[in-house]
Design a protein around this ligand. Structure first.
Ligand code: 2PG
Ligand code: MG
Length: 432
């Protein structure tokens, strides 16, 4: 089978928020073609690789990606045509050097990533392996715990609800991925009833979770705890809680501004806020508990809570080994969020996971708030055995496609499949 790349072809499509994004087809000499689409964030970290937007205000309010598409169809196609699709590392390196900047500002991380993923998928098809096996080898048999964001706040809910961006349920007590998704779906629907009964809105945010107006950032946890018990499950035993406040978004002039509570907190006070929540709730993961450049605050956070829960850096580390390395040296967290488009190639993403795991850290693979129906991250999570994947609510096509893919993989693996469950995290799940 001739797995050399004949060419790649990019186009502009829409993401789940209705904004333009890049999609790429990869054509191999043997006749195989494969497609990949890239996501786009809203609460983006300032240290992320560059998402190239046209800036032409007359089209898509400046958000077009026609220049990124042009880069795929011009210089990138020229550079990688003839290379062997199974040599992922070489192809990714070739694009990185063609770009020539430290943050992919020339070609755009959106252009480069779409090619990187389409190439991987084409190679998988050509070698006759499912994507998770192609990327992860014969050992890729463990399914992740789905981290389901069922209540949205912050910028994902237009700042009309909680300040904290994501309230996730973590069905770690299930026997397998299918059951964990079933539980997650039931709790999601029960939460809808709980909200309705209290007269709350049941409109949803960008990631499919409900987005009610609340009077504190703790209230959503209470509502979710109620939903869990209403479906006959036990918080702490069957299902845990994870939060992504996306704290960078409400960090101004050295203070954390909690608008719903009319309070301004220092880093130390924000840490105590989370410590108090961790005492009352079966809290397993806290992502971006502090802002992206508050390294001193993160140090305090890790000293206070690092033995108890997984503290994940998203905007802080931006899937970048240089920032992760510094985090490990300074001992300021114990987990990293993994987003392909923060760094821009599959190879660099895998290096970030490797570095985190070698340090004994957790690695949580993540979608973006603007998504396509591409389910690449579901396969990648199984391949890299990171044990947990966050990809929104168990609702909305672009979110459920990833969860559905996990169920397909589990089915395909049959008896060989296992479920990460309570072992998914950098810290053991506390008894509650
Ligand atoms: C996050 C993500 C995904 P966004 O903060 O973790 O949930 O949001 O894609 O908007 O950065
Ligand atoms: Mg985040």
């Amino acid at each position: 089978m001739d797995t050399r790349i004949k060419t790649v072809y990019g186009r502009q499509i829409l993401d789940s928020r209705g904004n333009p994004t890049v999609e790429v087809e990869c054509f191999l000499e043997c006749g195989i073609t494969a497609r990949a689409g890239v996501p786009s964030g809203a609460s983006t970290g300032s240290h992320e690789a560059v998402e190239l937007r046209d800036g032409d205000k007359k089209r898509f309010f400046g958000k077009g990606v026609l220049n990124a598409v042009k880069n795929v169809n011009g210089p990138v196609a020229e550079k990688i045509s003839g290379m062997d699709a199974v040599n992922q590392g070489e192809i990714d390196l070739a694009m990185i050097s063609l770009d020539g900047t430290p943050n992919k500002a020339n070609l755009g991380a959106n252009a480069i990533l779409a090619v990187s993923l389409a190439v991987a998928r084409a190679a998988a098809i050509a070698t006759g392996l499912p994507l998770f096996h192609y990327l992860g080898g014969a050992n890729a048999t463990r399914l992740p715990v789905p981290m389901m964001n069922i209540l949205n706040g912050g910028v994902h809910a237009n700042w009309q609800g909680a300040d904290f961006q994501e309230y996730m349920i973590v069905p770690y007590g299930a026997d397998n991925v299918r059951q964990s998704i079933e539980w997650g779906s039931e709790v999601y629907h029960a939460l809808k009833s709980v909200l309705k009964a209290k007269g709350h809105s049941v409109g949803v945010g960008d990631e499919g979770g409900f987005a009610p107006e609340v009077s504190s950032n703790e209230e959503p946890i209470e509502l979710i705890m109620q939903a869990i018990t209403e479906v006959g499950l036990t918080p702490g035993k069957d299902i845990g809680i994870a939060l992504d406040p996306a704290s960078t978004e409400f960090f101004k002039d050295g203070r954390y501004l909690l608008r719903t509570e009319n309070r301004e907190l220092t880093s130390e006070e924000m840490v105590e806020y989370h410590a108090a929540l961790a005492e009352r709730y079966p809290y397993v993961v806290l992502e971006d508990g502090l802002a992206e450049d508050d390294w001193a605050g993160w140090k305090i956070l890790n000293e206070r809570l690092g033995a108890m829960i997984e503290l994940v850096g998203d905007d802080l580390f931006v899937t970048n080994v240089r920032r992760i390395e510094r985090g490990i040296k300074e001992d300021i967290a114990n987990g990293v969020l993994i987003k392909l488009n923060q760094i821009g190639t599959l190879t660099e993403t895998m290096a970030a996971v490797r570095m985190a795991r070698l340090a004994g850290w957790g690695a949580m693979v993540s979608h973006r708030s603007g998504e396509t129906v591409d389910s690449f991250i579901a396969d990648m999570t199984v391949a890299l055995d990171t044990g947990h994947l966050k990809t929104g609510a168990p609702a909305r096509g672009e979110r459920v496609e990833k969860y559905n893919q996990l169920m397909r993989i589990e089915e395909q693996l049959g008896d060989a499949a296992s479920f990460a469950g309570k072992n998914a995290f950098a810290r053991p799940v506390r008894s509650f």
